[in-house]
Design a protein around this ligand. Structure first.
Ligand code: PMP
Length: 429
């Protein structure tokens, strides 16, 4: 499986970083959940296109036409990657946060939104706006509990438009959520579903048709493309009925001066309605290149390789009694086979997580993340406390050795991660 995943080689694993003892080692990037390094293939594809890129839509020149074709072909590639239904569309955005805010702005007035409090802030917070009522569901401790909680909440929700937002895989625990079952439950009550696939899409095939979700959002920079581009894909109707996300060129069909001196606007429908301004053509092209690389490698090979890495990591951590792996759905004892992607958070008894992570970097050249991972309610539930942290995504005050941790350490990786990185990490821990 390592060989099968060769097309998923990333740029950046050879970077030499200095350690506190003066040595240098190849950087072990184990923070894919924040941002995966981009694939060598993605950079190569982008570099090959770079001399030809030009402004898209309406440009009369050769390069504009070529770029328009490649931009629209990139959209088709993403449509295929996500296995969209007839009539669905792909809107290019800046990232998942942007995609979910776009959708939040397109909700019909009076929409009730249902979301588990355990979500990443990008899925938890965009719905707080005028004309929208948000219900926060308490942290479930099993898949069955999640489905039952949603069922109960929606049963009492009454008529009117409803939306349920759910993550496919947790950016904290890596655990999978029962998306298909939650979606069936939501649909039974007439609620629509948006899937935050920021962490799911880089690890598992996401078929909108099979999961039957109404929308899916993901970020290019977590899917082995560089920063700056993302996707909101799915149903058109609410988006076509909404005000454009940004007002400006490209979102309009016609703009005309009226006899009374005012200006009348007819907005476009479809993706263009929400893609005003000059789009990130290179970003869309890079996402499509990443989708092609993942599809060609195949999710079977990718998942098999990742499961090898996860097993190696879990077995190694299980031998260290001071390590406590965090799990919402009961991944204890450590070796229980709860389905997860290559994302795992833990605390080390007697250690402050920030100091621990800083030592991993300075002494071993390993990049992980510490903190609350933009999912404060979830991490506090997992750590068993209610303290408010001082900053958005940062680390709270140091806890004294022996005290309960207020933040955690997260290790995350992908199919192209070499065994050596995980082994070095385990040795360091
Ligand atoms: N949802 C989840 C589950 C995430 O992990 C992240 C990024 N950490 C986001 C949404 C937001 O993604 P972005 O920062 O690319 O907008």
């Amino acid at each position: 499986t390592t060989d099968l995943c060769a097309p998923l080689a990333v740029l950046g694993h050879d970077v030499q970083v200095p350690l506190v003892n003066g040595e240098k080692v190849a950087y072990a990037a184990l923070d894919y959940a924040a941002s995966s390094p981009a694939l060598q293939r993605v950079w190569d594809d982008v570099a090959a296109y770079a001399p030809y890129y030009g402004s898209v839509h309406r440009g009369a020149g050769y390069l504009s036409q070529l770029s328009t074709d490649l931009f629209e072909q990139s959209r088709r590639t993403v449509e295929e990657f996500l296995d969209l239904r007839e009539g669905d569309q792909v809107v290019f955005t800046r990232a998942t946060t942007d995609s979910l805010n776009l959708l939040a702005g397109a909700l019909p007035s009076g929409t009730r939104v249902f979301v588990f409090e355990t979500e990443h802030h990008a899925s938890l917070l965009p719905w707080r706006r005028e004309g929208v009522a948000v219900s926060y569901l308490r942290a479930p401790r099993s898949h069955a509990e999640a489905v039952a909680a949603l069922d109960e909440a929606l049963a009492g929700a009454g008529e009117g438009p409803k939306l349920f937002c759910v993550t496919g895989a947790s950016n904290v625990t890596g655990e999978l959520w029962p998306v298909a079952e939650l979606t069936r439950t939501a649909h039974r009550h007439g609620a629509r579903v948006v899937l935050d696939a920021a962490q799911l899409a880089p690890h598992h095939r996401v078929s909108v048709r099979e999961l039957d979700v109404d929308w899916v959002a993901f970020s290019g920079h977590k899917l082995y493309a560089p920063f700056g581009s993302g996707v909101l894909a799915g149903r058109r109707d609410w988006l076509d009925a909404a005000e454009p996300y940004l007002a400006g060129g490209g979102a309009t069909r016609t703009v005309a001066r009226e006899v009374d001196g005012s200006v009348a606007v007819e907005w476009n429908s479809g993706p263009a309605r929400h893609e005003a301004g000059s789009p990130n053509v290179i970003g869309a092209y890079a996402i499509a290149a990443a989708c092609r690389a993942l599809s060609e490698t195949g999710f079977d090979a990718l998942e098999a390789r990742e499961q090898q890495l996860i097993a190696r990591l879990k077995a190694g951590l299980a031998e260290i009694p001071e390590v406590k792996v965090l799990s919402l759905f009961g991944d204890t004892p450590l070796l229980t086979d709860v389905a997860r992607v290559g994302v795992l958070s833990f605390v080390v008894q007697g250690w402050n997580s920030s100091h621990f992570s800083a030592a991993l970097s300075a002494e071993y050249g390993i990049g992980v993340r510490d903190g609350l991972f933009c999912a404060h309610p979830l991490v506090r539930t997992l750590l068993g406390g209610e303290e408010a942290p001082p900053s958005e995504c940062g680390a709270p005050e140091a806890s004294l050795p022996g005290e309960r941790s207020l933040n955690a350490i997260r290790v995350s990786f992908g199919a192209g991660t070499p065994d050596e990185h995980l082994d070095r990490f385990l040795t360091a821990v």
